[in-house]
Design a protein around this ligand. Sequence first.
Ligand code: C2E
Ligand code: MG
Ligand code: MG
Length: 480
Amino acid sequence: MPPTTSSEVSVRWGQKAERNAAGPVRSQARDEVTGLLAFAPFLHACGDALAAYVDATTEAEPALLLVDLEGIHSAVDLGAHVVTDEVVAVMAGRIAREVGSIGLLARTTDSQVGVLFGHLPTPAVALDLAYRIVAAVTSPAALPDGRRVQLSATCGLVTRAVVGPRASATDLIHGAGLAVRDARRSGRNRIEVCTEEMVALADETVTIGKDLRKALAENGLNVCYQPLVDLASGQALGFEALVRWTHPVHGAVSPARFVPVAEQFGLISELGAMVLSTATAQIAQWSATFGVPLAAHVNVSGMDLAQEDFVSTVEESLGVSGLPPQQLVLEVTESTVEPDVDVARRRFEALRERGVRIALDDFGTGRSALSYLQSLPLDILKVDRSFLDGATAAETARAEDLLRGVIALGQTLGITVYGEGIEDEEQRARLRASGIEIGQGYLFARPLPPEDAVALLKVQSTPVDSLSRRLLAAEGASHA
Ligand code: C2E
Ligand code: MG
Ligand code: MG
């Protein structure tokens, strides 16, 4: 028997779907708005395609393209479902014309269309189609009432080989979804192909998420403290609380890896609350013991900030710990505030009224948008050390000029600039020369477990500045 062509396969599925449509399950088989196959029968068809491939003699394999339609809600009045449906129907028609008979079409979600290829000869064929689909979707459309809309489209392609030989229909959809997510990260109207690495990373993320949930439930996470020091004397003025997790099998996992997973798995509120309550209690205690009002810097994730009860959670921690609000500094990054700057501003205003300070972290690593300095109520700007380093002397000089500009801007706006990631004396000296007085970095101390932070505070509180002497000795050694 000759191998079935992709168009034959899709036609056969089409007929099968029609048969379903004619029977009692008609309303579930087809999406009423677009006339495309509905999700459940489409999933079935994906399963059939994968099963059929096992016996196939051809190299061509099943593949799935997902097309996310974006901008529908901003293009039409929110809540106007009829209009939304009209837009989706128009776009589905355009996509159907591009696809023709080379794939099986379905409406997979409210604003997503799927194209299943029974036997895709090469990914290039689907990518070529994806480009045409993006062009079709992004060309403006007129609604019956005369309004014009223009959408964007994000496409993700997955082939059977990538999701593995025992892949299910759900794996195929999941893989294409991962590609859509990656495509969306790089901008509008992008097309991405799912890779084995993407699948492996997603699997690892699921494992981390599960283990993290368990660790949180069992109080298995710790907080370390990195001193923020007076750059002139080296004295600790406060500490940044940094969460730590030692996985029973994989060892230490970086917060840069597991904090985003906590966000994805809905664990960030719990994690954030744990760090906040631990750090405020700890710093309040050290402040009392050593008789100095130490600052407690706590990092806040974007999802945490977005919570309605964020301000009351902070107040509760302050109340329970007894830490004066003036000693608490909440650190946010540009990506934390980016999703909703207005919400961020409201939260910051409420917190600052109570005396809490807000720091913009990692300035210099992201877009370093000056608009945030203007639009958000900020107290501190932590400049990344990329502001000090360049690949060439000219670049370094330019970075320093920029730094001086940022400091001048901070002064005008009443924002104090801190340095971070200070690893050597030269960087410390350059920051000081630029007018920065406070900073943190491995030069002074790594993030410390509480007992080491106590040891540091003890040394610091002993008379005649043994710490300064130690630092001076270190300085002498590094200049020797
Ligand atoms: P961050 O808030 O900018 O924290 C500073 C990071 O730089 C820490 O990494 C710290 O260990 C590291 N660091 C300190 N001094 C130096 C230095 O001299 N050189 C270099 N190369 N690095 C230095 P860490 O602990 O791995 O944390 C990474 C990021 O994870 C943090 O960046 C923060 O964004 C996030 N994070 C950590 N703890 C928490 C937390 O409790 N909650 C939230 N939401 N995020 C956290
Ligand atoms: Mg920070
Ligand atoms: Mg930072």
